[in-house]
Ligand binder design. Structure first.
Ligand SMILES: Cc1cc2nc3c(=O)[nH]c(=O)nc-3n(C[C@H](O)[C@H](O)[C@H](O)COP(=O)(O)O)c2cc1C
Length: 195
């Protein structure tokens, strides 16, 4: 497991040179989310998995929304980043179902304050599971956050239920560049073990 987790890195240089087919990738992503833990096994994580032209359409929404808000001097760089995400094979949109959060709050009043945070934590676990699963299949990915800028357009385009809240976007594809060097802060600042 640790070896597998170590393979997961941020990859911005994406391409379409992957051996795996869309059906297999789709099922890996679904299974990674199914197997991820959720508070009270509430299974509030949702995903929309986009391949090919559907993924392209998603990144076109991002481009159009960025054009609306960014000043010219920032726009060029941001659009260049988006082009790299769009150059991949697909994109996973991660949502959390707010109805699930609400229902849990009704059902378990003493934990009511916790459920929004637990929903976010569950989403993070699902994101990591998908990212690591893709990495172990040799597929590169990164984690992006263009929400809430794009939420309305995404909702219209893919008929997303209103209670699904977009939390993250994960473009994926072939690894077209080595991963960046990663440094680690000293263990003494992060961990304590008592025995
Ligand atoms: C909660 C969270 C939010 C992140 N948001 C972004 C993001 O918006 N854009 C991005 O390029 N990377 C994002 N990342 C990825 C981190 O920048 C990246 O994981 C970190 O720099 C370590 O690099 P690695 O993924 O190669 O291990 C996010 C990661 C986490 C855990």
């Amino acid at each position: 497991m640790l070896e597998q987790l170590t393979k997961r890195r941020t990859q911005y240089a994406l391409g379409r040179n992957i051996g795996a087919g869309e059906e297999a990738i789709d099922e890996w992503i679904r299974e990674a989310i199914r197997q991820s833990p959720t508070a009270f096994n509430s299974q509030g994580s949702r995903a929309i998995i986009l391949f090919g032209e559907q993924s392209q359409a998603f990144w076109e929404i991002v481009r159009n929304e960025l054009k609306e808000i960014l000043p010219a001097e920032m726009l060029e760089q941001s659009l260049a980043k988006v082009d790299r995400f769009a150059a991949g094979v697909g994109t996973v949109l991660f949502f959390e179902d707010q109805r699930t959060v609400h229902d849990l709050q009704q059902q378990w009043a003493i934990f009511a304050d916790h459920f929004p945070a637990w929903s976010e934590q569950s989403s993070g676990m699902a994101q990591l599971a998908v990212w690591a699963t893709l990495a172990n299949a040799g597929i590169g990915a990164s984690l992006q956050h263009y929400n809430p800028l794009i939420d309305v357009k995404v909702q219209q385009m893919w008929d997303v239920p209103e209670n699904w809240k977009l939390r993250a976007q994960m473009p994926f594809g072939s690894n077209e560049a080595p991963f960046n060097e990663k440094s680690f802060m000293p263990d003494e600042m992060r961990f304590r073990t008592y025995r």
